[in-house]
Design a protein around this ligand. Structure first.
Ligand SMILES: [Zn+2]
Length: 291
């Protein structure tokens, strides 16, 4: 098995949610209607978490995403544009208390925000970058393609809020995927080794946004994990090839197919989505599923 060669450098993987939210059924499961139409007319709301992950590596703590900033509730002008504020209310209901900052969430799990060495940002949407101000010392890894979205016209129309990303002191590190001849990763066209020991591998999985990426985590003694961010809102939808109501459907299907190919190589691969209410249970079950 490929994972037999992996040194168990990872001590633990935890998931936590900063606040919570609700999204429309059409958003999660897809819709034949154009995005703007379902956003303006849908009456159905589904409860979702806003998950982030902390990985205890022997060389330090690594985050995968940083969740929401409570200021999105307390500051009426958190989103600069009026149309953005209007659309946000149509697309998401957000529930987050003033104390639900990233550093408090980490503290509650026994970790210190100051000990985070690196944070992998799956993509630049506001609900994944909201905690970066709490970890100024950490390298923030984002794909080069996602970083390029900041220079595209009107990134705020795609929920990429420059004023909350380009903050003073933030150590953004756009990463380039290296060509790989590892047959496991070849379908993705490249990979990036986060700690240099193959325990955490970044893979491009565009579709939700042009530069979205996923992270494969191999611990050595429990099943491999694939943290997919918002590539899918729940793993079974990816396995069924059911695309959500946002993003680029063609790119999403192409990334879904690559993940399913990876799962053929790792039949016990556990796919963990950022907005799946079952993610915490799936992760807990994976800890005890390999003898
Ligand atoms: Zn999200």
């Amino acid at each position: 098995m490929p994972q037999a060669n992996i040194d168990p450098a990872i001590k633990s993987v935890h998931v936590f949610s900063t606040g919570a939210g609700e999204q429309h059924k059409e958003h999660r499961y897809g819709s034949p209607l154009p995005r703007l139409l379902w956003a303006l007319t849908s009456q159905s709301w589904i409860k979702i978490p806003v998950n982030a992950f902390v990985i205890e590596h022997r060389d330090g703590l690594v985050l995968f995403d940083t969740g929401l900033d409570p200021a999105i509730k307390s500051d009426p002008n958190y989103i600069n544009s009026a149309i953005g504020r209007f659309l946000l209310r149509r697309i998401f209901r957000l529930h987050i208390g003033p104390d639900e900052r990233l550093h408090k969430k980490l503290e509650a799990m026994g970790f210190a925000a100051a000990d985070i060495r690196k944070a992998v940002i799956s993509h630049l949407h506001f609900d994944h970058v909201g905690g970066i101000a709490d970890i100024p010392q950490a390298d923030l890894l984002v794909s080069k393609d996602e970083w390029a979205q900041l220079s595209a016209p009107h990134p705020e129309r795609e929920w990429i809020l420059r004023e909350h990303i380009e903050i003073p002191g933030a150590k953004w590190r756009p990463v380039e995927f290296a060509p790989t001849d590892d047959p496991l990763f070849a379908p993705f066209g490249g990979s990036y080794d986060v700690m240099g020991d193959a325990s955490m591998i970044l893979l491009p999985t565009p579709g939700h946004t042009p530069g979205s990426m996923s992270m494969l985590v191999r611990t050595g003694d429990t099943p491999p994990l694939l943290l997919v961010g918002d590539l899918t809102y729940q793993a079974d939808l990816l396995m069924k090839d059911q695309v959500p109501g946002t993003g680029d459907a063609k790119l999403l299907r192409s990334s879904f197919a690559k993940v399913r190919t990876l799962k053929k190589q790792f039949p016990d691969l556990v796919i963990l989505a950022s907005h799946d209410p079952e993610t915490a249970d799936i992760l807990a079950a994976s800890h005890s599923s390999r003898p």
